[in-house]
Design a protein around this ligand. Structure first.
Ligand SMILES: Nc1ncnc2c1ncn2[C@@H]1O[C@H](COP(=O)(O)OP(=O)(O)O)[C@@H](O)[C@H]1O
Ligand SMILES: [Mg+2]
Length: 427
């Protein structure tokens, strides 16, 4: 472990990696002096200084040897010669074989022309997002455009937390900038844990899968490239049920289990009568960093900030003002429940988890992040994807005006907004 600030060089032997945690307050500069190296599946260019933002945790891995130069303070940086990278790249090779077979088959055969549908599961901090990213970047490097599906409402690598989303990956993912925010397919769940409304979560997963299925049916190229589905780290109880639901809904045929013997054997057991589904256990990388609840909360907040302001403050959101009467805000499910005493004898109070409730704009909406739905009618809200998000910065009850940040100026693409419990405190 080291923590120094001078410019220094690190020589990496073949199949070794340099694991770095950038410091809390300052970015780190790094460049490749010679050899070849990659960060989570994306090759880094020679000679050019790359700047990594505070708190980022990453590894520079080399297959054949490399020399790296670093400039700046790190929380930690150390070299590791034991990594699961060989097993990961072996999985990639198997997936490539399936993509090639799918491409070669006649596109009339729906089954045979479908490339691998990979789902990555495992507990929190087991390297799921990182593995998904590597598989996508390696495959994009070979010229495929696999679809990345992110079902993790807690972190969100495609868009802000509280959403599930999908996007084609056309280029290896940039180690600093991540996935470009170009028109992903996004459904707004509105909460950062699925237990708030499990039924809604499942419905949105189904909608997302259905939309992708439609897109694939007219696109042999993305069909053959297949998908990589990233999941949440919730693997017990309802979390386990949601993993099975996702496998089933997306017709996943490769299940990668990161570092969890028990989950792997449970999945093997329930999926044993589906011979076309392979369950593969993969070793968790020793480099995966555990992040506490507080870190996750902060990461969520940074992610929302990034949506409005850009990764390095390079975007300028617009502050808009609307009349209360111009916007229709809806909540999905929840709503006030009838008390047991008001129900017929024997009836159970049940709130329909998918019930659409129109909510009046009030002070409680301050600092909430709302989604702008693509729905044309209110009754399409649950099944519609969203155009983007706004952040409520002021509510003037007297004048009935709402002030909010939006990524672009002018009128919102729709008057239908969805509210959940997603908050953000600009800091
Ligand atoms: N080999 C590695 N070296 C250094 N950091 C790593 C490595 N693999 C993963 N990480 C970091 O560990 C953290 C957790 O990994 P992640 O893939 O997000 O886990 P999960 O998605 O299972 O919660 C992330 O910040 C990631 O960048
Ligand atoms: Mg993750």
């Amino acid at each position: 472990m080291a923590s120094s600030s001078a410019i220094r060089q690190v020589k990496l032997e073949k199949e070794c990696e340099l694991r770095v945690e950038v410091s809390e307050n300052a970015p780190l500069r790094l460049r490749l002096l010679n050899g070849t190296a990659e960060i989570f599946g994306t090759e880094i260019p020679p000679e050019i200084w790359l700047s990594f933002p505070p708190r980022l945790k990453f590894a520079v891995f080399t297959w054949y040897g490399a020399t790296i130069e670093m400039d700046g303070i790190t929380e930690t940086d150390y070299t590791a010669d034991e990594t699961p990278m060989i097993s990961y790249v072996n999985v990639h090779a198997v997936l490539e074989g399936r993509r090639n077979r799918a491409k070669a088959s006649s596109s009339g055969d729906a089954e045979a022309s479908q490339g691998p549908r990979v789902i990555v599961v495992g507990p929190v901090d087991s390297g799921k997002s990182t593995l998904s990213r590597m598989l996508l970047s390696w495959s994009a490097k070979q010229g495929w455009k696999p679809t990345f599906v992110d079902l993790d409402i807690g972190q969100g690598s495609i868009t802000i937390p509280g959403c599930i989303a999908a996007t084609p990956i056309e280029m290896p993912i940039d180690p600093v900038d991540g996935i470009p925010l170009e028109m992903p397919l996004v459904y707004f769940y509105g909460h950062t844990t699925p237990s708030v409304n499990v039924e809604l979560y499942k419905v949105l997963v189904k909608e997302l899968a259905r939309t992708l299925e439609r897109q694939f049916s007219g696109n042999a190229e993305s069909r053959a490239a297949g998908m990589v589905i990233n999941t949440m780290g919730w693997i017990e109880g309802v979390g386990y049920e949601l993993i099975l639901h996702a496998i089933d809904t997306f017709n996943a045929n490769v299940v990668l289990v990161s570092g969890q013997e028990k989950l792997c054997s449970m999945l093997k057991d329930v999926l044993k009568n589906k011979p076309n589904v392979d369950v593969v256990k993969l070793q968790k990388s020793g480099g995966v960093v555990s992040r506490g609840a507080k870190f996750r909360q902060k990461a969520r907040s940074y992610r929302i900030r990034e949506y409005f302001y850009g990764l390095s403050n390079d975007l300028a959101p617009y502050s808009n003002v609307s009349n209360f009467t111009d916007l229709f805000v809806y909540r999905i499910g929840g709503g006030p429940q009838a008390p047991r005493s008001a129900l017929p004898i024997g009836a159970e109070p049940a709130a329909d988890p998918l019930r659409l409730v129109r909510v009046n704009i009030n002070r409680d909406m301050l600092h909430l992040v709302l989604a702008v739905s693509f729905a044309k009618e209110a009754d399409q809200i649950v099944s519609s994807n969203v155009a983007g998000f706004i952040y409520v910065t002021d509510i003037d009850i007297q004048r009935e005006k709402i002030t909010y940040l939006a990524p672009s100026a002018g009128e919102l693409p729709s008057r239908f907004l969805i509210v959940g419990t997603l908050t953000w405190l600009e800091s």
